[in-house]
Design a protein around this ligand. Structure first.
Ligand code: FAD
Length: 291
């Protein structure tokens, strides 16, 4: 199908882009890598009057050290982040997850910020942002604010971004070397039917600050606090992982669709949480991506 008619604008500065965002509000759509927006337009699931292309706005792409962690500009291509040594060293979970996003041709165009702003409940990067406790930086002509990933994903393709705001950066606060993502998809490159992203700290032989996130079971990626409670203070091992897997499966309420029944998704949740925990605990990715 062809997209509906829209006006195309290509600002060449952030100020110009923010002014266009403020002017068009809900009638404007932002074009980043186009890997989700163009299908939405072609399927006529989106009808913006104006498409604001960020492709010529300088300063929105790049990866830098930030407060012991890293900051990634919203327009950074997924492929660049995937190949970045800094990402591999500081947020190896992100590097691991990026390799699961579609195919390399999609990652060559798709941006880190675009995936987060699109907020698909089955997408890997929103799940990783939650698992790593990321902060998302939003800018508008009114100023800048930081939104915790826990508060960013609100519902089906809906985020906490206001219609006049742009996502300009995502910040990952500190390295979490014990982290992993496991997912099940029908074919390599497909969206996950279910994905489990986990990050934990190890204090001697005790698990601390676990974050367990499930994708593909709801409109947004879900943190499963029931599973986190099971793990916090537990000794790592098959027993704790099995209990956490069961707690996660009990906590999610997926629906059935052509890709799998609700029961199947619950079963996958259990298995994938256990696998991701086992990999996270036994892998120390400090200083390299190790994958
Ligand atoms: P766009 O498509 O340009 O924009 C997406 C949405 O975000 C739009 O609503 C846009 O207005 C908004 N937006 C973009 N940037 C900003 C910003 N800076 N500020 C505010 N709003 C913004 N993704 C996965 O996670 N996993 C997969 O397995 C996967 N498989 C795919 C397979 C195919 C065949 C295709 C075509 C895509 C797939 N994707 C997958 C989606 C892909 O990762 C997209 O790149 C990503 O979802 C959107 O990034 P984008 O840069 O292309 O954003």
């Amino acid at each position: 199908m062809k997209p509906p008619r829209f006006e195309y604008v290509a600002p060449t500065s952030l100020e110009e882009a923010l002014a266009l965002r403020a002017e068009h509000g809900h009638d404007g759509a932002v074009l980043a890598g186009g890997q989700s927006l163009m299908p939405l337009l072609n399927l006529r699931m989106a009808h913006p009057a104006v498409v604001i292309d960020l492709g010529r706005v300088p300063g929105l792409a790049g990866i830098r050290e930030w407060d012991g962690g890293i900051a990634i500009g919203a327009m950074t291509r997924q492929r660049e982040a995937e190949r970045s040594d800094l990402v591999g060293a500081r947020t190896p979970l992100l590097a691991q997850a990026l390799r699961l996003v579609g195919h390399s041709a999609i990652r060559n165009r798709g941006t880190v910020g675009g995936s987060l702003a699109h907020a698909d409940g089955a997408a890997e990067l929103p799940a990783v942002a939650l698992a790593l406790g990321a902060e998302l930086v939003a800018r508008s002509a009114r100023g800048e604010r930081t939104i915790a990933a826990d508060d960013f994903f609100l519902g089906f393709l809906t985020t906490a971004l206001e219609p006049d705001e742009l996502l300009v950066e995502v910040r990952f606060p500190r390295p979490r070397p014990h982290a992993a993502i496991h997912e099940f998809a029908r074919r390599h490159g497909d969206f996950a039917i279910v994905a489990a992203a986990v990050a934990v700290d190890l204090d001697g032989d005790v698990i601390r600050e676990p974050r367990i996130v499930i994708g593909g079971v709801d409109e947004v990626p879900l943190r499963v606090e029931a599973a986190e409670r099971v793990l916090d203070g537990a000794a790592p091992g098959g027993e704790a992982f099995a209990e956490a897997g069961r707690a996660a499966a009990d906590a999610v309420e997926p629906s059935s669709d052509v890709h799998g029944s609700a029961e199947y998704r619950k079963e996958l949740t259990d298995v994938l949480v256990r696998r991701a925990l086992a990999e996270a605990i036994h892998t120390d990715r400090r200083g390299g991506d190790g994958a």
